[in-house]
Design a binder for this molecule. Structure first.
Ligand SMILES: [Zn+2]
Length: 884
């Protein structure tokens, strides 16, 4: 798709460009790792699979931007870059969507039954499941879509089954009763990680526990009176003198008169409430543990919908909150209550839905992950896996050293059904890779598959290798596993990353990736969480419609740093759209001045002007810096530096400077300038491509280039022979002087077209400045006839504005235009600015860490700079003296 250069439209139209380029890349197979050849070193990312129910939000936009940046950079450095895409079946989220649809149709999940429900859910998935991946494409994601996977597809389901059976055979998966977090509304167990603790205004209820065989009573306090019906003990502290006498006696559960023991346990906090604690092992985790220590009975008083069951006696059938009121009223009537008081405490609520979670005893499937967790700890400790930023290693250590059994069963229908069959005759459980037809113990054909499905993190924990074909030793698994980079949000470090590492090490014997890069959350411009209720959501689709994908990507990528949350504002996005336009305009200037030439490759080394040597030196320093920042995962800073260079040094300075040659008479100089203009832009487009793929590719197609497409062009390499510190110094001086003159012109409101006289006291820079006389005249709009450049001016002109930079002083004798007071104020402001810079420099040089650790030439440069700043200050202060 070679475009003729003169065809470059006046403005960049992202709307007609993005989709066209994306399809063109895709059709050419450039998203596939095979284009790098069989010997290329792989670079692999497995996408964090978005939920099939997902609608694109800024979190997606950020991770797609980051991963696409990593993949495009890897591709351009010659790696076999593979980005494996896919989606997650998202158990609860998807099931709720379809349940809602059924309710709208006047029916329900239970009414239609499991089989029909699953058929409807698959239908829903076929219809809407592709939405989120379409939106990822819109962001420019260069995934290999031929390798797209779904956690419930056939291959991945087989991987899940294999993993389950292996852990079961190793004794790591078992059934057990355990106090789980029960979500009465969702009717399923939820993991600890899906439970949030929120503060709640509650009531503390004081009541008395009658003791059998006497009138003695034990005062007790609770926030959940209805659980009294499930008490199986009252506990006091063994050293509490108030209650010691009661230990070993029998108490009677209020209203039920069930007999329970009074026990002593050091867990009891003597200062809380009355100092005596009711023990409900069936509905409280701490009580459960005390119950285990004392061999207490466990009484479950709740049905799965959080109404009370038959163990609650006369309260059976009541909702938990109604039961609380009724029981308390009855106890009051019976004279068993003491008082109530307001009380603030934290309660567990479901992350999804926000309802109150009930701790409940239940039979579930568990995975004992202590050994996998130990392996995961070791992999990070010995550096086989690196976490960026490093501060998350501490969190990783803490969680994995305190790992709890993982409750892997969920009472849902949408998901990987647990491959276990219960025998109706002997009770044996058969777990098998192939669906059995008979009990493996007694041979009975009366077997029923376990109704539960697996926690959705069980299948996503296998993601990096199941997507490559595991458990089969496929060519993809051999070539692309372990993967290279796991890029995801720090908020799912445990949910997901830890599980992938545990399962990867356990099932493949290898760490599933080498580096974990954690990004933060995207917040609004004031740092608030984006939420519908605040009305501060910035919808990525709307932003892309209005400003283009590149503007959104560049804003997210340059605004973020590893592990930190970022604030997103529309103003920044708009500014970055202007950046795309700025590059477009720079390219149009170049294309409009090529006059048929098509320079490619590195520009010549000979006969280069000072600005030529300067821009090439600065370009190569930029490439060096960007490479260093990429190596340290500091992509945002790299993007900002390319932006500064391209906008400032290239577009604002070099292009301006190039007009001297381009509009001049020297044909060879014109050619050289075109070549350098083309080369510098080409190299910047390459470095910017991973950030803003669309506008860079489109521009690249318009400027002279070798090769078919920017997406598969080579990443720039540093050419050290272009480093030219002297040219950089000299240009810095020129730029400072010209900036100073422009400021004075603006301040004195000199008409832009009017040339002004300039006299320069140039010292050692006299020769250089004389050599750049034409350039100086043009950029400062100096009057050539009145321009004086001397090593030492005989006398400084009176009534002149003064500029000082790096030992050079320029006087602008603006006769009749100078207002002495205004000039004094201007100089005072300049001096103030210099004082600030001098202080900063002195501080830096006073820091031993800097002077001892920085390279000698950097320290020397800083010393020189400080000297020059002090000299400038002296010149301006002296000048101020003459004005007063
Ligand atoms: Zn059997």
């Amino acid at each position: 798709m070679d475009t003729r250069h003169e065809d470059m439209p006046k403005t960049y139209d992202f709307k007609t460009t993005e989709q066209r380029l994306y399809n063109w890349w895709l059709e050419n197979g450039w998203f596939k790792p095979e284009i790098a050849g069989p010997d290329a070193e792989p670079y692999v990312i497995s996408i964090p699979p978005p939920n099939v129910t997902g609608a694109l939000h800024q979190g997606h936009a950020l991770f797609v931007g980051l991963e696409d940046l990593m993949i495009r950079h890897a591709r351009m450095t010659g790696r076999a870059a593979l980005w494996v895409p896919g989606t997650d079946h998202a158990g609860i989220a998807t099931q709720l969507q379809v349940e809602r649809l059924l309710v709208e149709e006047g029916t329900s999940r239970k009414q239609v039954g499991r089989e029909e429900f699953l058929r409807r859910t698959w239908e829903w998935k076929e219809k809407y499941g592709g939405r989120i991946t379409e939106q990822l494409r819109r962001l420019g994601a260069s995934c290999d879509w031929d390798r797209e996977r779904f956690t419930l597809d056939e291959g991945l389901s087989r991987a899940v089954r294999e993993a389950f059976v292996r852990w079961y055979e190793q004794g790591l998966i078992y059934r057990g009763t355990y106090l789980i977090n029960w979500s009465p509304n969702l009717q399923t167990a939820v993991s600890d990680l899906e439970v949030e603790r929120v503060e709640q205004q509650a009531t503390l209820y004081y009541f008395t526990y009658p003791l059998m065989g006497s009138d003695d009573t034990l005062p007790v306090a609770t926030t959940r009176p209805e659980t009294i019906l499930g008490d199986t003990a009252v506990a006091v502290h063994p050293e509490d003198e108030r209650y010691q006498q009661y230990v070993g006696r029998t108490a009677l559960v209020p209203m039920l008169n069930r007999e329970i023991p009074v026990i002593a346990d050091e867990y009891v906090d003597r200062a809380f409430g009355t100092g005596a604690l009711k023990i409900t092992p069936g509905h409280d985790l701490n009580d459960y543990e005390i119950g285990q220590r004392h061999g207490l009975e466990i009484v479950n008083i709740l049905n799965k919908d959080a109404t009370l069951n038959e163990s609650a006696g006369p309260y059976a059938g009541l909702d938990r909150f109604t039961a609380r009121e009724k029981l308390w009223a009855d106890m009051a009537a019976a004279g068993l209550t003491i008082k109530t008081e307001p009380y603030t405490h934290t309660v567990p609520v479901a992350q999804r839905g926000g309802e109150l979670i009930e701790p409940m005893i239940s039979t579930q499937w568990f995975a004992d992950v202590r050994e996998p967790a130990r392996m995961a700890l070791e992999a990070v400790r010995d550096g086989r896996i690196r976490i960026v930023p490093e501060r998350f290693v501490k969190v990783w250590e803490h969680w994995l050293t305190n790992i709890q059994p993982w409750c892997i069963s969920r009472q849902l229908w949408w998901g990987h059904r647990i491959p276990a069959w219960h025998c109706q005759d002997c009770g044996h459980i058969s777990v098998a890779r192939q669906d059995p037809t008979a009990c493996e113990a007694c041979g009975s054909p009366r077997i029923e598959q376990d109704p539960d499905v697996l926690d959705t993190w069980f299948s996503s924990g296998l993601w990096p290798f199941s997507t490559l074909g595991w458990p089969d030793e496929t060519p993809d698994l051999q070539r692309y596993y372990p993967t290279t980079m796991m890029e995801t949000g720090y908020d799912i470090l445990f949910f997901w990353v830890a599980r992938m590492v545990m399962m990867g090490l356990s099932f493949t014997g290898k760490e599933p990736f080498i580096t974990v890069y954690l990004h933060g959350l995207v917040r609004d411009e004031h740092g608030r969480k984006m939420s519908k209720s605040y009305g501060n959501v910035i919808d990525p689709i709307e932003v892309m419609d209005e400003y283009g994908t590149d503007a959104l990507r560049f804003t997210l990528l340059t605004g973020s740093s590893p592990g930190n949350d970022m604030n997103l504002s529309i103003e920044r996005i708009a500014a970055n759209r202007n950046f795309a336009n700025k590059i477009w305009n720079a390219a149009r200037f170049l294309v409009g001045n090529l006059e048929g030439e098509t320079p490619t490759g590195p520009p010549p080394q000979e006969k280069l002007s000072l600005p030529d040597r300067w821009i090439l030196s600065r370009l190569n320093r930029l490439i060096e810096t960007v490479n260093r920042l990429f190596d340290g995962y500091l992509y945002g800073e790299a993007g900002r530096q390319i932006y500064e260079f391209l906008w400032g040094e290239y577009a604002d300075w070099y292009i301006e400077i190039s007009k001297v040659a381009l509009y001049g008479e020297d044909a060879a100089a014109k050619s050289r300038t075109r070549h350098i203009l083309t080369h510098v832009l080409d190299q910047c487009l390459r470095m910017l491509h991973p950030f803003i793929p669309f506008v860079t590719e489109e521009i690249w197609q318009h400027i002279p280039h070798e090769g078919e497409a920017l997406i598969v062009a080579r990443w720039p390499e540093v050419d050290e022979s272009r480093f030219d510190p002297r040219a950089e110094e000299e240009m810095a001086l020129l730029v400072d002087l010209i900036r100073g003159i422009r400021n004075v012109r603006a301040e004195y409101k000199v008409e832009p077209s009017r040339p002004i006289p300039v006299q320069i006291d140039a010292g050692d820079a006299a020769e250089m400045l004389a050599g750049e006389r034409d350039l100086f005249v043009r950029l400062a709009n100096a009057d050539p006839a009145a321009l004086v450049i001397e090593r030492r001016l005989a006398a400084a002109p009176e009534q002149a504005a003064t500029i000082s930079a790096s030992g050079v002083t320029a006087y602008l004798p603006l006769a009749g235009m100078i207002d002495i007071d205004a000039e004094r104020r201007r100089l005072e402001k300049e001096v103030e600015g210099l004082v600030g810079q001098i202080e900063r420099s002195e501080q830096l040089l006073g820091n031993d860490g800097f002077t001892q650790n920085a390279p000698a030439e950097v320290v020397q440069r800083e010393r020189d700079k400080l000297e020059e700043l002090r000299a400038s200050r002296a010149v301006l202060q002296e000048r101020l003296g003459t004005l007063s």
